[in-house]
Ligand binder design. Structure first.
Ligand SMILES: *Cc1c(COP(=O)(O)O)cnc(C)c1O
Length: 389
């Protein structure tokens, strides 16, 4: 990070390091190289900053979208329509129409009424929609309750028992074509065992489908691979090898069947940091507070999930003395706290503080609560020291 260039800019803002993003993509593609018929999609909801999307599209990944706005953004930044998939429990009519107009590769359908609506809209437009069914595999991802999506009581997907009747129903409709099964068990998963369970569950479901005479062209195992929030410098690139190896070893694909992944966080988390400035250092009775100009409106994860982003004082180079601080934002909510009892070099008004590992579910979740302006971003390109918007 070039601190003098960061200094000049009004804070808070996101900084994206495209050379780290590029090497993450290189590692990702190398790790998946020998998986047959493999398609990797980027989950746009993690970060839709245009330069980030363009870099990922240029690497050849597809896009996994969960709204019409994301379909539009992905298409505009260079993802080919035939590499875009569209998931989500509540697709509105205009979103379905937009996706059909663009000609996306597949709708990941999450309920029977949604299937019928897609069929009706496709009929109106004289098109056929390719559909996959999102199945709830009832696999516990052992991650934070708010980001576990694969359990039975979740709002996402169809129950396993409804799989066969729903596929048969799709066959009876004239303007949808059944192409595959879709799964996504949760996010920030760092233990590979839930993915092993997912692969085994998919094998069982595939046996059931075959016994019923149903051919499935594609299997989409979703995303969810976690990153190291505690040691971003030691582990800047997630263990893609271990992740793909699970599916290589445990998933039984049928001949010619394609395998799809939808990775979000693991692609972009480490390349982004939120840069803020210290407004005040306040001496309380029990604690010292570092009050920064970034808040939960800029980075919601600590308030929403209780997550911790490593903080670095970029202005304290050479400072030997340290102290414990609570690092808090200016928003009028008690949950607007980044870190408590956190060790930093002695910190002063005006210092720049970087919150690391903020590329995923960071800028994209920003809001204007308290009438604040959105944080904006600074892009460090992969191929030079120059900065672009
Ligand atoms: C959010 C999401 C993903 C990506 O999850 P990550 O944990 O960021 O990899 C993939 N697929 C679907 C359907 C999602 O909703």
């Amino acid at each position: 990070m070039n601190t003098s260039l960061l200094q000049e800019r009004e804070t808070p803002f996101y900084h994206y390091d495209l050379s780290l993003l590029q090497s993450t993509l290189d590692h990702l593609l190398a790790a998946a190289r020998d998986l047959p018929n493999c398609h990797i999609h980027y989950a746009v909801k993690a970060c839709a900053t245009p330069a980030v999307l363009r870099t990922i599209a240029q690497a050849g990944l597809g896009a996994d979208c969960v709204s019409g706005g994301e379909v539009r953004a992905a298409f505009a930044q260079g993802f080919p329509a035939d590499k875009i998939v569209f998931a989500g429990v509540g697709k509105a009519d205009w979103e379905i129409r937009l996706a059909l107009e663009i000609g996306i590769s597949c709708f990941n359908v999450e309920s029977l009424p949604e299937l019928e609506n897609i069929n009706a809209i496709a009929r109106e437009m004289g098109k056929t929609a390719r559909v996959a069914f999102r199945i709830n595999p009832n696999v516990d991802a052992h991650t934070h309750a708010k980001i576990t999506t694969g359990l039975n009581e979740n709002k996402f997907g169809l129950a396993m028992d409804d799989m066969l009747p729903t596929i048969r129903h799709a066959w009876s409709l004239s303007h949808v074509e059944y192409v595959g099964l879709h799964f996504h068990i949760g996010s920030q998963i760092t233990d590979m065992l839930p993915f092993v369970h997912l692969a085994e569950r998919i094998n069982t479901l595939q046996d059931q489908l075959e016994q019923a005479g149903i051919t499935t062209a594609s299997i989409n195992v979703g995303g969810g691979l976690g990153v190291d929030y505690d040691h971003p410098d030691a582990h800047p690139i997630p263990d893609f090898e271990a992740y793909f190896d699970v599916f290589r070893r445990y998933l039984c694909l049928r001949p010619l069947q394609s395998l799809h992944f939808e990775l979000g966080r693991s692609v972009v988390a480490q390349c982004g940091s939120l840069i803020s400035r210290v407004l005040y250092v306040k001496q309380g009775h029990e604690k010292q507070f570092v009050i920064v100009d970034a808040g939960m409106t800029d980075l919601l994860r600590p308030a929403l999930y209780g997550s911790r982003h490593q903080a670095v004082n970029l202005s304290a180079e050479g400072e030997k003395a340290e102290a414990l601080y609570d690092i808090v934002g200016p928003i009028c909510e008690s949950s607007d706290v980044f870190l408590t009892d956190y060790r930093l070099p002695t910190t002063h008004r005006g210092d720049l503080i970087a919150f690391r590992t903020a590329g995923a579910y960071g800028e994209i979740m920003a809001s204007q609560y308290n009438c604040r302006r959105l944080p904006g971003h600074l892009i460090e390109p992969a191929d030079s020291n120059a900065l672009a918007q």
